[in-house]
Design a protein around this ligand. Structure first.
Ligand SMILES: *Cc1c(COP(=O)(O)O)cnc(C)c1O
Length: 474
């Protein structure tokens, strides 16, 4: 008879655990199937632990099998199972547009617009002027045209959909000329060459990785060519011996040859970034006024709105895209319309946009504020950790989301370097993201870094609490 078998026999059964007060309480508050699952999973995890533990662990009583202990663990697990899978997290990474963390938080007005529309009926496809059937796009089009100077606009699910549908409509079965320096990958599932193939357009590459000239485009034109595509290389940049053709020159050549120019801007920037000490980005309205026939950009990158892809440009072309059979498959829902409209309305006044839209607020926080917030947070962390393990250091935040890769945003980082033997930094970071209020942070060697730029002030109490809980082993 070995020790493992003895211990396995001592494992309490499901029914026995359910009699423990803590689980009786769980049964009253949570769905029964979740509680049962948690109890079974807890027992199973003990079974595995026993099987893989050493004889000396077992002899020294390292594994406590009292029903009380197992029931408490199962109750906590049940609580965890009952929580939402998708939940809000504290972003302490300093990456402002964070695709894995939902890209960007919405402005208050946009959040309110969603909850207002969600809870009642609305005029999604009813014109309140005529009382007749309307288009869902009408709520957005005029506003977008006003902000970008375009004749017409159409909003789809995301920018990948916008590029896809624009190409499919204007160039399906025909050739589209793209510079080799602009055949970019945005995420593993969005690469310009692949999206072109699936749209039905044929890719004609011109130029070289670092230099493409107007004459390269000109030489590539044949009777099968439908358009030039210019892609803003939003997530990387080249320095040195480089050249690409500007929108105005490319538009002029396209029109001279009877072709169209489509420009994919990636991020939708509507005002001059240099004013805010950020690297210049092409503006949507500049592409339109330079002669691009269609321009596409994301709603949830620099624009700071909901996931969406906006196409602006010539009225006849937008109308063709709208009548494409695939438009229905890529159309936006009422929540996107509500929050995008609310976000765009903030852009009617630049100062309001910068103050109210979280991505802009975070990108333009001044250095003194960041410093003050970092020191104030550090002081609170020091009450938990002791001041020898907590500090403030200068560092950089990132724009993220494949936008402004060259931007350096100086910031102040709060650091925690747990003393030897206290808690391992990796373990600490892991427990922070697994907690009730998950915190996502940067780990650099054995130091945890918290960037106040992306931590909202009203999250600071929760952050401090989350850290306290981990340290107290709760
Ligand atoms: C981000 C990006 C896209 C894809 O936009 P989504 O809204 O994420 O679908 C396409 N093109 C460029 C240049 C981008 O930067």
């Amino acid at each position: 008879m070995n020790y493992s078998q003895n211990l396995l026999r001592e494992l309490p059964a499901v029914d026995r655990l359910l009699k423990e007060a803590v689980l009786e309480e769980s049964l009253q508050n949570l769905p029964r199937r979740l509680v049962l699952q948690a109890v079974k999973d807890t027992i199973n995890s003990y079974r595995k632990r026993i099987a893989s533990s050493s004889a000396s662990d077992q002899l020294s009583g390292q594994i406590n099998l009292s029903p009380h202990v197992l029931a408490a663990e199962a109750a906590a697990l049940a609580e965890n199972y009952a929580g939402m899978n998708l939940k809000s997290v504290i972003n302490a990474t300093g990456v402002v547009i964070h695709t894995n963390l939902g890209r960007v938080p919405l402005a208050r007005a946009a959040v309110e617009a969603i909850s207002d529309i969600a809870a009642s009926y609305n005029n999604l496809e009813l014109s309140l002027k005529t009382g007749r059937r309307g288009s869902r796009q009408e709520h957005l089009e005029e506003l977008i045209c006003d902000l970008t100077g375009a004749e017409a606009a159409l909003v789809l699910n995301n920018n990948a959909a916008a590029v896809f549908l624009a190409l499919n409509t204007i160039a399906g079965g025909r050739e589209v000329v793209v510079s080799r320096g602009q055949l970019v990958e945005i995420g593993s599932s969005f690469r310009i060459p692949e999206i072109m193939i699936s749209s039905g357009a044929r890719l004609a590459e011109v130029g070289t990785t670092n230099k493409t000239h107007l004459r390269d485009y000109e030489a590539a034109v044949n009777e099968d060519t439908a358009a030039f595509l210019k892609v803003h290389t939003s997530n990387y940049y080249m320095v040195g011996f480089t050249a690409e053709v500007g929108t105005a020159d490319l538009a002029a050549l396209a029109h001279r040859k009877g072709l169209l120019l489509l420009e994919d801007l990636g991020s939708g920037v509507l005002f001059d970034l240099e004013k805010y000490n950020l690297p210049a980005e092409p503006l949507v309205q500049d592409s339109i006024s330079a002669g691009a026939d269609l321009v596409t950009f994301s709603g949830d990158k620099m624009l700071g709105g909901p996931q969406s892809g906006i196409i602006v440009g010539r009225k006849d072309l937008i109308s063709d895209i709208r009548s494409n059979q695939l438009a229905r498959a890529l159309r936006i829902d009422k929540f996107t319309i509500a929050s995008l409209e609310a976000t765009l309305r903030l852009y009617l006044d630049e100062e309001t946009a910068v103050n109210e839209i979280p991505v802009w607020r975070m990108l333009t926080i001044d250095s003194d504020t960041l410093q003050q917030r970092a020191y104030a947070l550090a002081e609170r962390f020091a009450e938990i950790f002791g001041s020898d393990q907590v500090g403030v250091t200068e560092g950089f935040s990132k724009v993220g989301g494949g936008a402004l890769p060259s931007a350096e945003l100086p910031t102040y980082l709060v650091t925690i370097k747990p003393a030897d033997g206290k808690i391992h930094p990796t373990e600490f970071a892991e427990q922070l993201w697994r907690g009730d209020q998950p915190v996502i942070l940067r780990l650099q060697q054995d130091t945890l870094l918290f960037d106040p730029r992306t931590i909202f002030e009203n999250q600071e109490d929760e952050l401090v609490e989350a850290i306290r809980k981990v340290l107290n082993g709760q």
